[in-house]
Design a binder for this molecule. Sequence first.
Ligand code: SF4
Length: 222
Amino acid sequence: MNLANNLDLDLTQPEALQRLRDHLKTCRLCLEAGYQILPRAIYSGPQTARVMLIGQAPGITEYEVGRPFNAGSGTRLFQWLAEAGIEEEWFRATQYMTSITKCYPGRAKSGSGDRVPSRIEQALCRPHLDAERLLVNPELILPVGRLAITLFYPPQVRLDEVIGTQKKVGDSWVVPLPHPSGASRWHQSEKNRQLVRQAVELIAGHYRRIFPEMSAGQAKVN
Ligand code: SF4
């Protein structure tokens, strides 16, 4: 992938991630394209991260507080990761969290939940995500929710076909997770909870492999 032209960013330079962050602070591409987003790119983590978590887009509390998966969804997400032995504070400080579009997209017209970013917004923000992936080069990618999952799987794939499985994409292992929102019923059925447990076991295995010093004796799946 050569993204340098899209972003006017030389990804080989040591300050490239900082330049990307500077660019994201002022990015208004979706507003200029007519979408009523609240511009504030939400993501976190250092270039040294070895795990990258990719969500759909920030919600309003993520926008207000300025950190990914801040609210109820984050609570459930980090419960799942805790079952893999991963501690939230450590993960937030040392691993990378981002999303397909990085600004709050606003409420859905139906009034139910947040608006799913349009294909145009996804395309406008894609070079940022691709640059993050190239710069961080994570060993493990956790796409969270259908939209992020379809970065790596066909668009019509069913969640029960991929949750609890993994695949290698380039240098990275990919382990999908469902969206942890309380509004989602998918992860609440017993059958699907078992698939989430399988995904957690896969994540625990990668955690032990990538961070043997951190995870010794910790990983436990209920
Ligand atoms: S969502 Fe992405 S492309 Fe759109 S304005 Fe925010 S940073 Fe820019």
